[in-house]
Ligand binder design. Structure first.
Ligand code: NAP
Length: 317
């Protein structure tokens, strides 16, 4: 059978790389748009067999280019997302205007399916601009193209993430680690390949649900996550609850950095549990396998953050 062509925006990120591998293994060709082929080309190229991946450099707002890409696509996945605003990369542009534009094109070119990555917990986080922009983007998509599937994952982890890897780096450096809201916010971390294999199934099994929430098998508070990571890297640290006024003041300073570790908007988001809403179907309602356990998976790469680095890896027979 002639392979279908899936156009991916944001393919060079954590979820994108895993998704390219999963789609191409399932005989789906991928066209990946990136802003910088020199920086991201080498990461992308190795994710698929020859002939299964086309990499295109360009801006997500180059309408003529995007239109041309849609004219050759059967499927589309949008993974573009930001956690903080910089210049023209505002939440409105990235999370609302761009999805609005491409979901209209998905309709014009009569694609078979459009999968959009949103996030869990955005309906409750009414005071977060990030969350509200994601929600508005979802509304545009569902309004513009009926064959859309909005995927709302809890926090996604893997060796390529900016979550466990950054936390382990910080836990390695800081003797005292600040925790917000007493570390009580709940998460259901999901392993990246569990999520991307499920996205592939949404496409291959032609699943038509409009919104699907995705969670991993274990519920953990932020403090539980930090304690598990500390255990995995063999370190002891003081986890110190930080008063929220102090957290806000430090976030204002971090916002001046090119890549702030935390912003005021993210602080607001952290107040809300990142677990199933109960309002929509979730991965457990489908034939998806999202059962990877957090400690088992992080154990496969956390040894690099131990004192002896690569030499502390346990031999697995
Ligand atoms: N990771 C998580 O824990 C998590 C949880 C819930 C939801 N999500 C959502 O899932 C999606 C993918 O997440 P991810 O973790 O894979 O993200 P990521 O690693 O940060 O990658 C995002 C990709 O988006 C592209 N991008 C970012 N800003 C852009 C801009 N201004 N213009 C054009 N492209 C831009 C980048 O591609 P180029 O640099 O190649 O252009 C990048 O590869 C996002 O929408 C995110 O909100 C993620």
């Amino acid at each position: 059978m002639k392979p279908k062509n899936c156009l991916i925006f944001g393919a060079s990120g954590q979820i994108g790389r895993n998704l390219i591998r999963s789609l191409t293994k399932n005989n789906i060709k991928v066209t990946a748009l990136t802003r910088n082929i020199h920086q991201k080309g080498y990461i992308l190229k190795t994710q698929a067999n020859p002939g299964y991946l086309e990499i295109v450099e360009g801006s997500i707002f180059d309408y003529e280019l995007i239109k041309k890409l849609f004219s050759k696509a059967d499927l589309c996945v949008n993974l573009v997302g930001i956690l903080f605003e910089k210049g023209k990369n505002t939440f409105t542009n990235i999370h609302v205007e761009f999805p609005k534009m491409i979901s209209k094109l998905a309709s014009t070119y009569q694609l078979e399916k459009f999968v959009h990555l949103s996030a869990l917990g955005i309906e409750s986080a009414e005071d977060s601009i990030y969350a509200q922009s994601k929600l508005n983007g979802e509304k545009e998509i569902l309004n513009n193209f009926k064959k859309s599937v909005v995927v709302r994952p809890s926090i996604v982890y893997s060796v390529n993430d900016n979550f466990t890897t950054q936390l382990m780096t910080l836990l390695g450096l800081l003797p005292i680690f600040p925790i917000y809201y007493n570390g009580k916010t709940k998460f259901r971390p999901i392993h990246c390949s569990d999520l991307t294999n499920s996205i592939t199934k949404i496409i291959t099994d032609d699943i038509r649900e409009n919104i699907i929430e995705f969670v991993g098998p274990e519920e953990m508070s932020f403090k539980d996550i930090l304690e598990k990571l500390l255990n995995l890297i063999g370190k002891k640290r003081l986890l110190l609850p930080m008063p929220i006024s102090l957290a806000r003041a430090s976030a204002h300073i971090f916002e001046l950095l090119p890549r702030p570790p935390i912003t005021n908007d993210q602080l607001k988001l952290l107040k809300y549990d990142n677990i199933l809403s109960g309002k929509y179907k979730n991965n457990n309602d489908f034939d998806f396998n999202c059962s990877s356990r957090f400690e088992d998976e992080v154990n496969k790469y956390s040894y690099m953050w131990k004192n002896e680095g690569e030499y502390s890896k346990k031999r697995i027979n």
